[in-house]
Design a protein around this ligand. Structure first.
Ligand code: HEC
Ligand code: HEC
Length: 602
């Protein structure tokens, strides 16, 4: 008996220890220190008004039902400090100004891209993560910050899988939500703060709504963890966009049999000039701006209903209600058409060596232009750049992202679509299929194309978009094109110096390394700092407190291909060896390519 009690005490003590460890990490997620910059410098990419529109126009996404005023009132688990304080959110990689204040556009004084929206007929204001959260970058040098509008974010927003490090946004947010719900003093403060004079009348309701949102977070975390859906850690600056959209739209919303392992996180691409590209996405799979944006919004949490209350699939005009905001999406898209690539700021990052850059221009024409300078044609009002697509076996970079998108299949029969009806929709498949579509085995790109077409039609109707307005809202009258090449696109390189790290999976930290043979590239390096290295054109890669160790040996993270090396051109070798002085010359040219300084080269 004594033995039994001793064992029991031991087990209880061990459990207590485990709980203490978990609580410790919950209370202290491993975040970088987030030292504020002395000043944020904006480049001349567009007007200050355009910037505000871009930063804070909502698109209709919801963060699992989180209300805006809840988010701004949340406290940290073991203190009364505000979770949404700008300095705290900056530690997850979100962008702020050193002494930013609340404004009418940003009443919660939140980072770039944290907007809010209200759905028609509802009093609730939801937190809305908009484009600018993922497509705005920043570089730090000598204590100064340089904002890159339309550049690549470095935050840890998307991860839903808890780790012991605890460095992700979702995990820290859940810790705050849970402690608010379960700690009565915290909840009391929170509820008084959110409800003000309505406290007595509404705090019960608030508690119920709050629990619903918390449960959704926990359900997703549990689902994604026990199914092992995201085995390759995304870390800062990446997400498996297509994989997550498919798991949300076809897995969560239709059937668990549609969950697929998403092990190909990709970088957030830069957005200047993208409206002139014939096809977008890393694998060149999307064509129509509105459909692309709706698909993205669904992936980021816009609501979508496929079924009625009795779990019967919606039909006809009822398909598909969603919280996407097509007028706002169109406003953002138009604003982005005015965004210029960032021009190298000599006063902040150092003077350009013009003779060296001129030498780089020659090397660029010889070694790079064949792929990176697209053919341009005029189509109506718009100049269209026809980007080169390089099959994965030629470019040799990590094939996982392109393969997953081309090969994963999803069963959408539960939606009961009529194949004859699908044929009359504005979806254009490339190449045109010779056989009827098999709705039990649809690819993510095709499935999403039809879903977004239904969502778009209904949203246009509800927003009273007229037939005349439609082509403009769609974007240049383009159809919802779908391509599934196992290939990556070679984008034009204006402003690319500001978009580290490189390749679709962010596996190469600097342009210098990208122009070096693979065995000279770093096998592992740290991500998550904004400190810029203006010599090699990338973020700094050395260890720092709570940095994320990026390991290029993990599936999806490979840093192979796009190689310049002596010998045969195969397995990702795409050009001759570039001598170090040639690499420096090319880097100097890439700093000015497409900007005002290019015209001043000798
Ligand atoms: C949660 C982060 C996130 C948000 C929010 C987001 N995007 Fe993206 N976006 C991505 C990622 C990741 C990709 C790359 C996906 C791929 O190609 O596999 C991408 C790709 C794109 C591309 C293709 C660019 C290219 O070079 O091919 C465009 C254009 C784009 N996004 C525009 C937008 C717009 C406009 C919005 C808002 C309406 C938006 N995005 C919101 C993460 C985001
Ligand atoms: C054979 C075609 C080809 C040639 C030649 C080529 N590239 Fe690329 N480049 C690509 C493709 C395709 C990608 C995208 C690969 C990926 O993301 O996996 C790319 C990506 C890049 C990127 C990263 C872009 C980003 O946003 O991450 C840079 C920078 C770049 N190339 C620079 C150069 C330079 C400089 C040269 C000449 C020295 C060059 N490339 C020559 C096809 C080419």
């Amino acid at each position: 008996m004594r033995l039994f009690y001793r064992l029991l005490i031991l087990i209880v003590a061990l459990l207590g220890l485990c709980l203490a460890v978990v609580l410790y990490y919950v209370a202290n997620p491993k975040l970088p220190s987030g030292t504020p910059a002395q000043q944020v410098h904006y480049l001349e990419q567009w007007s200050a008004n355009d910037r505000q529109t871009y930063y804070f126009t909502p698109q209709g996404t919801q963060v699992k039902g989180l209300r805006y005023d809840w988010f701004t009132a949340l406290e940290l688990p073991f203190s009364q400090q505000r979770f949404a304080a700008p300095e705290y959110l900056a530690r997850f990689g979100f962008l702020i100004d050193p002494d930013q204040k609340a404004t009418p556009n940003n009443p919660g004084n939140l980072p770039v891209g944290f907007a809010r929206h209200q759905n028609p007929g509802s009093p609730d204001q939801f937190l809305d993560i908009t484009c600018a959260a993922c497509h705005t970058g920043e570089l730090r040098f000598n204590g100064q910050a340089i904002r890159i509008d339309g550049g690549s974010a470095q935050h840890v927003l998307p991860s839903s899988v808890p780790t012991l490090r605890g460095g992700s946004f979702g995990q820290a947010l859940v810790a705050s939500l849970a402690s608010t719900y379960y700690n009565p003093w915290k909840f009391e403060r929170f509820a008084r703060n959110v409800l003000g004079p309505d406290y007595d009348a509404r705090h019960q309701q608030l508690r119920q709504d709050f629990k619903k949102s918390l449960d959704t977070f926990l359900k997703v975390a549990w689902n994604d963890t026990h199914r092992g859906l995201y085995p390759t850690q995304e870390g800062p600056g990446r997400t498996d966009a297509f994989g997550r959209i498919a798991n949300a739209s076809f897995g969560d919303a239709i059937s668990p049999s549609n969950y697929r392992v998403a092990n190909a996180p990709v970088d957030y691409p830069q957005l200047w000039d993208m409206w002139t590209f014939d096809w977008v996405q890393w694998n060149g799979s999307a064509q129509q701006p509105m459909a692309r944006n709706i698909g993205e919004a669904l992936g980021v949490g816009a609501t979508l209903n496929f079924f009625d209350e009795n779990r019967q699939p919606l039909r006809g005009e009822d398909r598909y209600p969603s919280s996407v905001r097509v007028r706002d999406l169109h406003l953002i898209e138009e604003t982005l058409q005015r965004l210029k690539p960032p021009a190298w700021p000599e006063e902040l990052l150092g003077a350009i060596d013009k003779p060296l850059a001129a030498r780089g221009r020659g090397l660029f024409a010889e070694n790079c232009a064949g792929c990176h300078v697209p053919k341009v044609t005029q189509e109506g009002e718009r100049w269209v750049q026809h980007l080169h697509m390089l099959p994965v076996e030629i470019i040799g970079t990590d094939p996982t992202a392109a393969n997953n998108i081309a090969n994963h299949r999803f069963d959408l029969t539960a939606l009961q679509w009529d194949p004859a009806e699908l044929q009359n929709m504005e979806v254009k498949l490339h190449p045109k299929p010779t056989e009827p579509l098999d709705l039990s085995q649809l690819s993510v790109a095709k499935g999403l194309a039809y879903v977004t077409a239904f969502v778009e039609n209904r949203a246009y109707r509800e927003a009273n978009i007229t037939a005349q307005e439609k082509p403009q809202f769609d974007g240049f009258g383009l159809p919802i094109g779908v391509r599934e090449k196992v290939a990556y696109k070679a984008r034009p390189l204006a402003g690319v110096w500001a978009t580290a790290p490189f390749l679709h999976n962010g596996s190469v930290p600097s342009i210098y390394q990208l122009l070096s043979p693979q065995d000279e590239r770093a096998t592992t390096f740290y991500r998550g700092t904004f400190e810029y290295d203006p010599r090699h054109l990338g973020y700094r890669t050395e260890a720092f407190t709570n940095g994320f160790l990026f390991d290029t040996r993990i599936t999806g993270n490979r840093n192979s291909g796009h190689e310049f090396r002596a010998g045969e051109r195969r397995n990702g070798v795409i050009g001759r060896l570039l001598q170090p002085e040639e690499r420096w010359a090319l880097l100097e040219y890439l700093k000015v390519l497409g900007g005002p300084l290019e015209k001043q080269l000798p």
